[in-house]
Design a protein. Sequence first.
Length: 197
Amino acid sequence: MTLELLFATNNLNKVREAEFVLNKFGISLKTITVSKIEIQSNSLREIAIYAARSAYRAVRRPIIVEDSGLFIDALNGFPGPYSSYVYKTIGLNGILKLLDGVLNRKARFEAVVALAVNENDIYVFEGYVEGYISSEIKGSSGFGFDPIFIPIGCSETFGEMDIAKKTSYSHRGRAFRELGIWLTNNRDKVLIQDKAL
Ligand code: IMP
């Protein structure tokens, strides 16, 4: 039987990628847009845990949230937790400009998925991928910084990959695979909590 989990997010690209991974584990997602409270913090983990608890309080059912970001070495980890704001403001060209002439183009994407089974039991699944910021914008698939991020060992940006290839390397793919494995062994934890309500 397919397990349906709630996913609190406004980002449909995240949902597509998460579902692509979780469907293989017999899990489907139902997206809801709750006004989750995002604290300001330098830790994605802290942000995700806080958001999962506040999303749970809004629906009183097991729910997941995901927080992610791009961390650029030469910029001391910027934009990190501020990736969404930086994407909307200076965008891809702004990042390329900041790295103009910079030889160290190392970067990493991180994703933290937090599953709130109830207010106190919050499980965290993390994934990351190391790579480089390209010298130009390439590809139109995916979202956000995909067209300027090349995972290590690849010659294409995420923006040039289809969803299967991107999720096989990506931070999100890894974090949601961890969640899928955990749920394979702990399905009851989510079902029992859901039934009790
Ligand atoms: P948040 O998790 O909603 O705070 O947003 C994270 C931001 O990081 C997104 O809006 C994107 O700009 C960026 N980001 C996170 N994951 C990805 C990805 O897989 N590809 C491209 N950009 C990403």
